[in-house]
Design a binder for this molecule. Structure first.
Ligand code: B3K
Ligand code: ZN
Length: 855
């Protein structure tokens, strides 16, 4: 398959300033008539080339004249039209069958609705068009459909006209005044109900807000609406960005390839990021709704008003927008806890990606299928880059930089370089070396060594950085790494002020004076840089930081490192005393000054996957055994504490306040330790929590705890859950996911059974992710040494590729991590990758991921 290179970018030959689209909608046969005004870009003789994907033109007209065969031609899937002049009107007619579109790209049917998804290259599945983000057009859209089946007709921009037609049909026209790339086009037709509200912008305009869902789901839209209004106010306050249309609509659909889509004025969402009520949504789900609603809303400026020149610039909109939604969520809740959660995600997804065969820079150099590049690197590492710039500039200069960026590039298709330049000029900083963060893949390692000179009363901090080789990049240049650092006096338990150290060389040392005694190093506070720090700190020093560090992230990190040292040591056969861990957990859990949500994060053992990442070779069985054993002993040694917490954190009524959410989080972990202790009444306590809970956070958590062990309560709770929620797809997903993610010795067999369950289907991406996505993230189960887990995931990829290649390709990366495992597992994993690659008719989505994973 063809490789697309960043360096090959060239400006478009033709522009399309205007497009008008006429849809005659029907699930079996939809007609699309498109009228494009095209203008030649510069002096050249090249024909107009319009991308298509699976389309054949029923008519082609130029300036009102029907062309004969021979006046246009097909080149592959593209329509080629030689044109004599510099400006023409092109009209094409095509026919689609949305109900047969199982890829969920372009125009498709979902639960009685017709809806679209165009990013990245789905518009070419709807009509012939130069499908690239640097073509900005004004859209006028007319939809005609059956009035009863599709009473609501929505598209981008503002509604302008509607009317009824004979034969029970009706029509509506929408105009979007803002020129946009075609990946932001959207339409929805269906029988939808509207949760309506309004927002008055900073300049006093009233915007009509609508969240469109199936009628029965209306009571589950309050949280999304509140999140939307909070986002609109936040973007005005923090970035000075006002919404620009009179209408903002959101539609929830059940079948969606990812989270949501920021189409101009008409966001389309996976229903799991809109619908929430206490009975069915966990606190994590509520937070997910808030974050994704904000993320898509923020794209209106970072993505829509200023879009990307080409797909290599994807992080320009995604990294920046993730950074914006992370800060928004932090402002809505706890900064400390949000940072811990974001770093956990970064390490789990992005660090793994960055150390494997699919590693790529934040601004990639090449791709085969762009859908494969909506990655943790583009999104989450991209956000870390913006965060570092913001840290180096401080809030006011960062705001000056973002103002300049938005003002200068409004209405344009921009590049990452444009963003960095605006930050340099607006913020007053030199980012020459910093640009390497966009160019070099791989997670930098920073080794920190502290040397104390008692005679001179100085300490020298030696920092050494190295960036591991990644595919296509054997040698790396030093990065500019901002490290928030503090030195703690042991005697007083305090530091003398934090400094921001800029590590720019391969090796660099910093000297601090006035230290009669050797201090304790607290570095990369707040996780100021997305790097792996290796600092030789004793268990005593880590315990000190876990009790005294005033930076909550650093305090959490010290706890985690304490635990990692014990667990990784055990796996390697060393018997490192766990006393410091137990004491630190006890002290943290009983510290009245700490927020329960923070405590819950800090006392949780690192995941099995994270422990694997700390080892030269991952041993899933030994990691599981060591972690399970430590969890049991923490449970046993602190049993009265867990009982107290579990009792004290019980609420009288449901609330979504940060305090109530924190209490639930801490209560759930207390239950986990209690059950892990093996105490006789553990399973019955878990079952009672499951049974009595007035919210899904406690119910699902109790279910997950029970799911880890063999017990009658386990079976009973799973049955009750299934029968109670079997008709609610989003909640039934949790039933699949909880079992697939369980730390249970038979998970691999249970998942095989669940894949044959009548409620399992490959046609709904949420269901596939609930079972196979969760399973592939369950290190102990997926890496079962029989290789059965690998075979099941490979079977799923092969079957799903024929239906929905984009979602199939997302299941491949876990198999690609074979280099990290023992020879036995590596051979089995490779064999499955080869079996997939040998499938005839494999999509380029899966072929790219699997092919690269075998290298
Ligand atoms: N921009 C979309 C992602 C589209 C993914 C296409 N494969 C959602 C988002 O990041 O906001
Ligand atoms: Zn996004």
């Amino acid at each position: 398959p063809a490789i697309i290179h960043r360096q090959d970018y060239s400006p478009p030959d033709w522009f399309v300033p205007e497009i008008s689209l006429d849809f005659t909608l029907d699930p079996a046969s939809t007609q699309v008539r498109a009228t494009l005004s095209v203008t030649r870009n510069g002096a050249h003789e090249r024909p107009l080339i319009l991308d298509g994907d699976g389309l054949s033109p029923m008519e082609v007209q130029v300036d009102g004249r029907l062309l004969q065969g021979g006046e246009w031609m097909m080149k592959g899937d593209a329509l080629v039209i030689p044109l004599p002049g510099d400006a023409h009107q092109i009209e094409t007619l095509v026919e689609l069958a949305p109900e047969n579109n199982s890829k969920l790209m372009g125009l498709y049917a979902s639960g009685g609705l017709l809806c679209t998804q165009c990013e990245a290259e789905g518009f070419r599945r709807i009509t012939f068009f130069p499908d690239r983000p640097d073509i900005l057009s004004r859209y006028s859209v007319c939809m005609e459909a059956d009035q009863t089946r599709y009473p609501i007709l929505l598209s981008n921009g503002d509604p302008v006209e509607q009317g009824s037609l004979p034969n029970g049909r009706h029509w509506a026209r929408w105009n979007d005044p803002f020129p946009k790339p075609c990946y932001l086009f959207a339409l929805v037709a269906g029988d939808l109900s509207c949760k309506a509200d309004s927002f008055v912008t900073m300049s006093g305009r009233t915007v009509r807000l609508g969240i469109w869902v199936k009628e029965g789901d209306l009571p589950r839209t309050d949280h999304a609406m509140q999140a939307l209004k909070n986002s609109m106010a936040w973007d005005e306050r923090v970035y000075g960005r006002e919404y620009d249309l009179d209408v903002f609509n959101i539609v929830a659909v059940a079948d969606f390839n990812f989270g949501a889509m920021e189409n101009k004025g008409l966001n389309i969402f996976n229903s799991r990021y809109i619908l929430a009520d206490p009975e069915t949504a966990t606190d994590i789900d509520y937070d997910g709704v808030e974050a994704v609603v904000a993320h898509e809303y923020f794209h209106n400026w970072s993505g829509n008003r200023v879009t990307c020149r080409d797909w290599f610039q994807l992080s320009l909109k995604e990294g920046f927008t993730v950074f914006r939604d992370q800060n928004f969520s932090a402002d809505m809740g706890s900064h400390a806890v949000k940072r811990i959660e974001d770093v956990r995600v970064l390490r789990a997804a992005q660090f793994q990606e960055d150390s494997g065969p699919l590693a790529h820079p934040v601004r990639p150099e090449s791709y085969i299928e762009i859908s494969n590049f909506y990655t943790a690197t583009i999104y989450n590492k991209g956000a870390e880059l913006i965060r570092m710039i913001a840290l180096m500039l401080g809030p006011d200069r960062f705001r000056a930089g973002s103002d300049l960026y938005f003002d200068r590039h409004d209405g344009q298709a921009a590049t990452c370089e444009d963003f960095v330049k605006a930050m340099e000029e607006g913020g007053g900083i030199d980012l020459r070396q910093f640009r390497r963060w966009y160019e070099q893949a791989g997670t930098p390692h920073v080794r920190a060594t502290l040397r104390h000179d008692p005679a001179a009363q100085t300490v020298e901090l030696l920092l050494e950085q190295s960036i591991p080789p990644t595919p296509g990049q054997p040698d790396k240049q030093p990065m500019a790494i901002p490290l928030r650092t503090a030195l703690f006096d042991r005697a007083v338990g305090r530091h003398r002020g934090e400094t921001l150290l800029m590590l720019t060389q391969a090796q660099q040392s910093f000297t601090f004076s006035g230290f009669a005694d050797a201090p304790i190093l607290s570095i990369n506070r707040g996780f100021s840089a997305p790097v792996i720090v290796e600092a030789d700190r004793s268990q005593t020093e880590l315990a000190f930081l876990s009790a005294h560090d005033d930076d909550p992230f650093a305090r959490y990190e010290a706890m985690q490192q304490l635990m990692v040292n014990v667990l990784v040591g055990r796996v390697a056969g060393q018997n490192i005393d766990e006393g410091a861990v137990v004491a630190a957990i006890r002290d943290t859990a009983t510290d009245p000054k700490l927020d329960p949500a923070f405590i819950a994060e800090a006392i949780r053992l690192p995941s099995e996957a994270y422990l694997g990442d700390q080892m030269a070779q991952v041993d899933p069985d030994a990691i599981h055994a060591a972690r399970d054993a430590l969890q049991q002993r923490i449970g046993q040694q602190l049993e009265p504490l867990w009982r107290d917490i579990h009792a004290n954190m019980k609420a009288n009524g449901f609330s979504l306040s940060p305090a109530a959410k924190g209490a639930r989080k801490l209560r759930n972990i207390a239950l986990l330790y209690l059950v892990a202790s093996g105490t006789d009444d553990g399973p019955t306590m878990a079952f009672s929590q499951f049974d009595e809970a007035d919210n899904m956070t406690e119910r699902q958590s109790a279910l997950a705890t029970l799911a880890n062990n063999i017990s009658n309560e386990r079976e009973a709770a799973l049955d009750i859950f299934y029968n109670r929620y079997r008709s609610d797809a989003l909640t039934l997903d949790k039933w699949f996911q909880t079992q697939a993610f369980a730390s249970h010795p038979d998970t691999v067999d249970l998942v095989e059974e669940l894949a044959r369950h009548p409620d399992f289907t490959l046609s709904n991406p949420n269901r596939v992710r609930s079972l196979f996505g969760a399973f592939a993230g369950n290190q102990w189960a997926f890496h079962h040494k029989s290789g059965k887990g690998y075979r099941m995931v490979a079977d799923c990829i092969i079957a799903l590729d024929k239906i929905n290649p984009q979602t199939a390709a997302r299941l491949a990366p876990p198999l690609g991590r074979w280099r990290r495992f023992d020879e036995g597992r590596a051979v089995l994993m490779r064999a499955e990758l080869q079996r997939i690659l040998a499938e005839p008719g494999l999509s380029k989505d899966v072929a790219e991921q699997v092919g690269k994973s075998l290298n």
